[in-house]
Design a protein around this ligand. Structure first.
Ligand code: C2E
Ligand code: MG
Ligand code: MG
Ligand code: MG
Length: 286
């Protein structure tokens, strides 16, 4: 029956594999020109301090305004950009754009906060991340304390010595560091201590339905306690409603980010949000 199975497998598998490969090739071709054609843009999602309701930062999230395709999600094109190395110039563009944007908001009256930028593993391997970060800050005239870099657990684990050396140089510049999607990887306590990150971003898979899942509550409680005992802050991603928010408050989570407060916003709307939050007009609590 192996032959029969094999044929079945071929028949059901090949078309999707082909279209997947064609899809990726199409994305890769388009992406190669997206930078020069100015088709990439950043949205910004507010981050809120749970105790005070204050806006503490915004996360920069990339979008691709692709002609004929609408707004393409990073979930579709970032993996392709990583595959073909384009993530290095794209990542440098994200750093420059986020820093320039935050410097403009600062000049427009934004109170001290951070702009958080996502980093890919490849930015640690190829290119010169420290130089890209330094140049982005300098060109924008943004103090380093206004920039936060989001790393993933897999970045910390892939080449620990090389990454540790780069992380230490980044810390010297004065930027802060957080671990994104925390809980989905395998970081040990020893790693977190060694890398001296400032914050853990609790992955939204544990947060989204925490009010309905006792296991998720236990996981989040454990992460918050562990983080605090190591002197780290915690931020929960994917907070979609007031029930989740209240539970996170009880668990001692420090900060929140999610649709309950705001979706990722285009730059102009972000400035409105920042200025409204400063005047206390934003919905700071549930
Ligand atoms: P991430 O860094 O974990 O970002 C959080 C994602 O969750 C964002 O998706 C955001 O829109 C979404 N989100 C926020 N709040 C909620 C909520 O309450 N409910 C739900 N269901 N979703 C929420 P987005 O913008 O599609 O980004 C997806 C991923 O793409 C990011 O995950 C990040 O890993 C990657 N990414 C985005 N921008 C960049 C970038 O500039 N560079 C790199 N290397 N990766 C990026
Ligand atoms: Mg992130
Ligand atoms: Mg995340
Ligand atoms: Mg994620």
């Amino acid at each position: 029956h192996a032959k029969h199975q094999g044929r079945n497998t071929w028949c059901t598998f090949a078309p999707s594999m082909l279209s997947d490969a064609a899809d990726r090739l199409d994305i890769r071709n388009g992406l190669a020109q997206a930078l020069q054609r100015d088709e990439l843009m950043l949205y910004y999602q507010p981050q809120i301090d749970l105790a005070t309701g204050r806006l503490i930062g915004v996360e920069a999230l990339i979008r691709w305004q692709r002609p004929g395709h609408g707004l393409v999600s990073p979930a579709r094109f970032i993996p392709v950009a990583e595959e073909c190395g384009l993530i290095v110039p794209i990542g440098a563009w994200v750093l420059r754009t986020a820093c320039r944007q935050m410097a403009q908001w600062r000049a427009a009256g934004a109170p001290p906060m951070v702009v958080a930028v996502n980093l890919s593993a490849l930015q640690f391997g190829r290119g010169d991340l420290e130089q890209d970060v330094h140049a982005a800050l300098e060109q924008a005239g943004l103090p380093a304390g206004w920039l936060e870099l989001e790393l993933t657990e897999s970045i910390l684990l892939q080449n620990p010595e090389q990454v540790l050396a780069i992380v230490q140089r980044l810390r010297k510049l004065g930027v802060s560091l957080s671990v994104d999607d925390f809980g989905t990887g395998y970081s040990s306590l020893a790693y977190l201590k060694q890398f001296a990150v400032d914050k853990l971003k609790i992955d939204q898979s544990f947060v989204r339905a925490i009010d309905a899942h006792p296991d998720d509550t236990a996981i989040v409680r454990a992460i918050v306690q562990m983080a605090h005992s190591l002197g780290l802050k915690t931020i929960a991603e994917g907070v979609e409603n007031a029930a989740v928010l209240e539970l996170l408050r009880k668990l001692g989570c420090d900060e929140v980010q999610g649709y309950h407060y705001a979706r990722p916003l285009p730059a102009a709307d972000t400035l409105s949000f920042i200025l409204a939050a400063q005047q206390g007009a934003a919905p700071a609590t549930a």
